[in-house]
Each structure stands twice: as structure tokens, then as C-alpha cells.
Design a protein around this ligand. Structure first.
Ligand code: V47
Length: 368
């Protein structure tokens, strides 16, 4: 039996349903919800990769960004009980930890382009504790961009300490915060929220906090946590909602598909297969036509799949990370830190040009 293929402007399609979508991509037209679902349901990976890569090259050419960074997770003590999370611990748990300010300061290098601060929703740490932490980091390392606090944490400062997002964000900005990470978005679907993360900031609240940040000049990222119990329709709904926010604010710098790490949480028996990871990258690139950067997040994907992601639409590998704890709590397989040279070499092996950046995508060094 011969495989039927359809040739359209340089791409051979095994799945004919992708050909009209490719015509729209080439014409620079926006893709619909239904077209997003068709792409996610397709198994024509080579065609999706070429479509995603075409769109990536329009934005970044051959460049692939990375940042010398450190993820700081100040505590894993958390009042929430999200069923996908292996990181959070209750007070008194033998694995619970709290980092002191000096320990955090000692872990930062003045050469870093970014520190990324995300932690548990601690029952007792005051807002002022975090404000002081940002001030101290900024005073010690004025040239290091501080990216910190998910919308979920900003929402928690309101629930716990009655500080409205407008105020907490203004005070954190004054203290030295430059941008916000994209975590806490999980999957916007109300069903998923009810089943997996009751009590956590929902889609509307997450969006409201990011819109507020953008209006104050604080850029942010966006994420999706995929590969558990969500449907393909729920993934696309998530992307469409993000695209709508971005149309209004243009405040998102990057989108990061986070592959669910099964760890001991076991929502599903296995993590997503690499083809699903690559499809998620390609479809994100094609649906999020107004977000400049898509990350291939090696910490969760592993280096091999993350490198392939650079041919499916991703233009960013995130960073050298240092002591990231959330994915590693869930037993992600990748090493806990890639040095700068290793990151540049990994990107070069894919035929792309590594570009070291800071948190706001200012280019620091092109490794041509
Ligand atoms: O919000 C929790 C996720 C996020 C698991 O903005 C899990 O540049 C997978 O937001 N498997 C925090 N994911 C990490 C995050 C992030 C990471 C890298 C870059 C950026 C950025 C942001 O980690 C949480 C949650 O969605 N998470 N548990 C898990 N088992």
C-alpha cells in the first residue's frame, strides 16, 4: 500500500486536513478554535513541525534564545493541595523547607540575566517578607532582572493579607520586580479547576492579574500544564483565551507549554510522549500568532525532545536554571542545571544560532 500525500507549497501532507490550515498560515490569517483542534488531533507530525517552524522563522529567523538564570523556590510549604503538584508540602512535613535570604543571595551570580522566583503559598510568610526579599536581591544584584510571583501567588497575597493585586504588584515593582512568570495558569477549563485545583485562582482571576500587571508595564509569560486529564478542546480553549488577552495588552513575552511530570501524583500513568510535546509546541506557535516567543522547556521535556522542539516552532530554551525544584520534585529526568556553554552547544547542534538574552529578551550575546 502506498502512502497518499498531498503537496502544498513545499510541505507534503499525509493529513489532508492540514493543507487548508497551511494556506491560512502562509497568508498570515488567524487560525480558529476548530483548526487548533484539528492540528492537535492530527498525527502528521512532520507537516505540523514545518508549519510551526515556518512561523517561528518569521519571528526569530535562525535565532534561539536562552538566559543564564537561577530558579529560586523560596519555600515548598503551601496551603493549596493541587493534585498535579509533587512540590508542595504541609508545615511539619519532613521534606518541607524554607530558604533564608542570605542563602538565596548566595545562590545568585551577578552575571545572570534573570532570577525566577516562584514558591509555595506559605501560611505565615507576610507580603512584606517577599517585598524585602525582592529589595535585597535588587540591592545586591542591580543588573539581574527579577522575574517573580505567579498570578496565583499575587492572588494569594490578596486572600491571605488583603492586599489587592494593584498594590502588591506596585510595591513589588518598586522593590525591583521586572516581570512575572507564567505559572499558575494550569488549564483554564472550569472542569479541570474543579477536579485538580479547587481554591486556586481561576482563569478569570489569572487573566485579571496579568492584565493588571501589563497595564503597569510589568511584562509576563503564560503557561499551560498539559499531558494529564485535559482534552484537546480544553488545550485549544486555553490558547484562544491567552490570544485574546494578548490582543488587548501585548504584555506576554513568551508562552511555555509545561509537560505534566507524573512523579508520585499519578494523575495518568505516563508522561506525554515526545510527539505530543512537539505537537503542543507547534500548535502553540501557530495559534498564538501574537506571542513572540515559545519555549521548549528542557527541564520538563528533557534535552533531546527540547532540542527537537526548536524545529517545531520554539525559539527559546529557557535557561541554565540552577536549582529548579518544582519539576525535580516530580522526578523530571533532565540534569538540574545546564551550563551556559552546554546550552549554546545544544542549540548549535540543531543548526540554529544561540542567543543569550536577559529576562526581557534584550540580546546579550550572539554565539554565531
Ligand atoms: O504553576 C506543578 C507547574 C509551574 C507540576 O514563566 C508542574 O518563564 C509539571 O511556571 N509537572 C511553575 N508542571 C513553573 C513555571 C515556569 C517554568 C518555567 C518557566 C516559566 C516562565 C514558568 O509548574 C506551576 C505548575 O503549572 N507544575 N507541578 C508537575 N507535576
Amino acid at each position: 500500500m502506498t502512502l497518499q500525500t498531498l503537496e502544498a507549497n513545499g510541505i507534503q501532507f499525509i493529513d489532508p486536513a492540514l493543507a487548508p490550515i497551511w494556506e491560512k498560515v502562509e497568508a498570515g490569517e488567524r487560525l480558529s478554535f476548530d483548526e487548533g483542534v484539528i492540528m492537535l488531533q492530527s498525527t502528521d507530525f512532520p507537516a505540523l513541525g514545518k508549519m510551526g517552524d515556518y512561523k517561528k522563522r518569521l519571528v526569530s529567523g535562525d535565532k534561539v534564545y536562552f538566559v543564564l538564570n537561577r530558579h529560586i523556590n523560596p519555600t515548598n510549604i503551601c496551603v493549596l493541595s493541587c493534585s498535579f503538584c509533587d512540590f508542595a508540602k504541609k508545615p511539619g512535613d519532613p521534606d518541607a523547607y524554607e530558604l533564608g535570604t542570605q542563602e538565596i543571595l548566595d545562590s545568585i551570580d551577578p552575571e545572570m540575566g534573570e532570577v525566577h522566583i516562584v514558591g509555595g503559598h506559605h501560611p505565615d510568610w507576610t507580603f512584606e517578607h517577599y517585598e524585602e526579599l525582592v529589595k535585597d536581591i535588587h540591592a545586591a544584584y542591580p543588573n539581574v532582572n527579577i522575574k517573580g510571583f505567579t498570578a496565583s501567588e499575587i492572588d494569594y497575597f490578596h486572600r491571605r493579607w488583603k492586599i489587592e493585586p494593584e498594590e502588591s504588584l506596585a510595591r513589588l515593582k518598586e522593590a525591583g520586580l521586572r516581570s512575572m512568570p507564567g505559572g499558575g495558569a494550569e488549564v483554564f477549563s472550569e472542569r479541570i479547576h474543579r477536579e485538580l485545583l479547587p481554591g486556586k485562582a481561576n482563569a478569570d482571576r489569572w487573566a485579571q492579574i496579568h492584565r493588571t500587571a501589563h497595564a503597569m508595564g510589568i511584562k509576563s509569560n503564560a503557561t499551560i500544564l498539559y499531558g494529564h486529564i485535559e482534552t484537546m478542546e480544553e488545550r485549544i480553549d486555553h490558547l484562544v483565551r491567552l490570544r485574546e488577552i494578548q490582543d488587548d495588552t501585548n504584555g506576554f513575552l513568551a508562552f511555555i507549554p509545561l509537560e505534566y511530570q507524573v512523579g508520585s501524583t499519578l494523575l495518568v500513568p505516563r508522561h506525554a510522549p515526545p510527539m505530543d510535546d512537539l505537537k503542543m509546541i507547534a500548535v502553540a506557535r501557530l495559534m498564538l500568532d501574537n506571542v513572540a516567543h515559545i519555549k521548549s522547556y528542557w527541564v520538563m521535556l528533557g534535552e533531546a525532545t527540547a532540542a527537537l522542539g526548536l524545529h517545531f516552532g520554539a525559539d527559546d530554551m529557557d535557561g541554565t536554571i540552577g536549582k529548579e525544584r518544582i519539576a525535580h520534585a516530580a522526578q523530571a529526568a533532565s540534569p538540574a542545571g545546564l551550563a551556559r556553554g552546554r546550552m549554546a552547544r545544544l542549540i548549535k547542534t540543531t543548526g540554529r544560532v544561540p542567543v543569550e538574552r536577559d529576562a526581557l529578551y534584550n540580546e546579550l550575546k550572539v554565539y554565531s
